[in-house]
Design a binder for this molecule. Sequence first.
Ligand code: SF4
Length: 362
Amino acid sequence: MSGSRGLYIHVPFCASVCAYCDFYRFRYNEEKAAAWAKEAVFDLNQIQGSVDTIYIGGGTPSVLSGETLKSLLEGVQRFLPVKELTVECNPERVTPEKIRLLKENGVNRISLGAQAFDDGILGMLGRKHDAEMIRNAVGICRAEGIENISLDLMYSLPGQTVQDWKKTLEEAVKTGVPHLSVYSLTVEEGSLFYRQGKTPSDPDTETAMYDTAITYLEENGYRQYEISNFAKDGRESFHNKIYWHYEDFIGVGPGASGKENGIRYTNNVSLNDYIKGKRRREEIPLSEEDERFEAVMMGLRLREGINLAGYREKYGVSLETRYAGALEKHVKAENLVIEDGFLRTTKRGMFVLHDVLVDFLD
Ligand code: SF4
């Protein structure tokens, strides 16, 4: 357990609203965005100590004007250099000028909201890009000197077949980017899909799609290092591993969450309050037992698993003793395995991790 600390900055603006989304975001408005950035920089200046990674997500960070983006990035300069500074971008917003600006300000990783390489599916999702724009965006990032690129892809979409999904995976692999994240659709209340009565694929199709992703991506040089994440050698996301190693991370901006010194919090979602300088957050103090369980919940998402000696040292209890019953059951069922001092989820266990974790809640 490395003891790293991350910083997440939530950009609560989007140019339009995607059909499946219920995240906290506003339609973009330059004046509000500039006021938001000023407040975010104020918050960044309050942070004590250093951070190891920074992730600017949203919302759509790439919707910010060059000027607003620049003022936000000025706020993170005092933390640099960091191991990883990622900015999420939507493909249609990627221009050489914007990527140059990001690069000049220390950004070394771009996460592109690609979702699919199928224009029909992209239209249904309410995305504003097509497959060609994803390829162009990857080309622009590379031309400007950022090779560390991740694509987000979605499966289990209404009407999507396993063949459609395979085609998206093939096209993603062809781009040669070093990192891919794959997510199955959940239809959240509050999304357009929910109001339209749209549903994800049936569970068997979803499982087949997940299996296709694991097999096809591993065949093509992407190692599954987390339940939803695949990377070529050395390109795993440092920032996301802070979450899965259950380390602390600071959340900046309305709607952002964080976890610091045994307290999990979510910042008040009101943009207007935030712009007026009002800060409120909902805090949940984590008990020792909460932390022990959550560390297992996060750690089992990683293929590397949980370092048992490190766990004992950090949480003052042996995982094997504390969770003996659940361990015995799931090692026997071959969902979990203990090897080389680590507790790991097997490939089979990755498909049923939710059910496995329920047994750790006792
Ligand atoms: S999915 Fe992303 S880009 Fe689309 S509305 Fe939600 S936050 Fe914005």
